[in-house]
Design a protein around this ligand. Structure first.
Ligand SMILES: NC(=O)c1ccc[n+]([C@@H]2O[C@H](COP(=O)([O-])OP(=O)(O)OC[C@H]3O[C@@H](n4cnc5c(N)ncnc54)[C@H](OP(=O)(O)O)[C@@H]3O)[C@@H](O)[C@H]2O)c1
Length: 327
């Protein structure tokens, strides 16, 4: 039932060469683009993030800057080591943002990994900026979105990002403003700056509205067993063959009492199966749907290794039942 601890990490990959590297222009195999979409996806196979195939366990760079995602890391060499170890262990999807730091996460990624492996999908998000005290401010009109994309390209040292998420900063329903933002993202894709348009912090209504206008490569919303508000968005993404990337998969670094890692069902299951609470929480997310791509954030190599090892974990029925009831 469980993968052996020594199971090779590459088992969750499709054979190399079948899929487009985001830095090349080779088309995907035609059958992957016909319906039903992506029928060959196995539970632990990778999943398409727009036009690139990525492993289901990636890495989120938000924990690399200093406390509060502001300023330099406490230990720069440790932050660089986390990034290098991630790639060494097969991570091929890193989520970042220019406003992590600001300018810190991207600089670290570039310092640690440039020139990047061909198969590394760098994904960013736009719509925010930081002020001198670290407050998060909106920067989400079409001109600012374009500038945000260009700043990411410059600081990461690439000509194109695999995808960039339009991160909504308010709860407004899809309106003209949303259409204008979407148009800026589509233009950036048409201009070759980004491989795919992503959305973040959206309701299903936004998603349907956006799907009527263009392809959506990925959606990044909060989703954990303690907060399932985004389940309808996940289901819609699944039906459309769009990657769903839960943010705060471990309950975030912001929560005072962590609703995920401190959840009694998570703790019980972890004890019974011999895994850590973080691994159980991540394995539960992976078990939801094959289009779930993880980007847990960490500043620690030990946690990183633990998180990546979740690729080999399959939850038994008892765990599934207890975790399903644990909201
Ligand atoms: N689109 C958006 O609006 C949005 C919003 C937030 C985040 N994100 C993205 O989502 C990614 C994930 O979210 P997140 O980093 O904020 O939160 P998260 O992954 O839910 O949790 C990070 C916290 O968990 C800890 N942690 C990591 N691995 C652990 C382990 N194995 N055992 C125990 N604790 C562990 C980290 O501490 P250590 O550093 O000590 O490991 C950190 O405090 C971010 O990195 C970012 O890329 C996107």
């Amino acid at each position: 039932m469980y993968a052996s601890p020594g199971q090779p990490l590459w088992l969750d990959y499709y054979p190399r060469g079948e899929f487009q590297s985001h830095q090349s222009q080779q088309p995907l195999l035609p059958q992957l683009l016909s319906g039903p979409r992506f029928p060959r996806i196995r539970p632990m196979a990778g999943y398409p993030l727009g036009s690139v195939m990525v492993s289901r366990v990636g890495f989120g760079a938000m924990q690399l800057p200093g406390p509060g995602v502001f300023g330099p890391p406490r230990d720069r060499s440790a932050a660089l080591a986390v990034l290098r170890r991630a790639v060494e262990l097969g991570v091929d999807h890193i989520d970042t943002a220019q406003f992590y730091g600001p300018d810190v996460a991207n600089e670290l990624i570039r310092a640690a990994l440039h020139p990047y492996p061909d198969n590394l999908a760098l994904v960013s998000k736009v719509s925010a900026r930081r002020d001198v005290s670290g407050s998060w401010l909106r920067a989400d009109n079409p001109v600012q979105l374009r500038q945000g994309i260009e700043e990411n390209l410059r600081s990461l040292g690439v000509e194109r990002l695999a995808a960039v998420n339009l991160r909504l900063m308010e709860d407004a329903r899809p309106d003209q403003r949303f259409d204008d933002q979407l148009a800026a993202m589509i233009k950036a894709r048409d201009d070759g700056l980004i491989g795919g348009v992503g959305l973040s912090n959206v309701a299903r209504e936004h998603l349907l509205h956006a799907f009527d206008r263009t392809d959506i490569a990925c959606v990044q919303n909060p989703l954990t067993l303690a907060d399932r508000t985004s389940m309808p968005v996940l289901e819609e993404c699944h039906a459309r063959g769009t990657a769903f990337v839960p943010f705060f998969p471990l309950g975030s670094a912001f929560a005072r009492s962590n609703p995920v890692l401190g959840n009694p069902a998570v703790l019980r299951t972890a004890r019974r199966l011999g895994y850590t609470p973080a691994q159980i929480a991540l394995a539960w997310l992976l078990s939801l749907r094959p289009n779930v791509l993880l980007i847990p954030g960490t500043s620690s190599v030990r946690h990183l290794e633990e998180n990546i090892a979740v690729r080999g974990i399959e939850l038994d029925q008892q765990a599934q039942d207890e975790l399903a009831a644990a909201a």
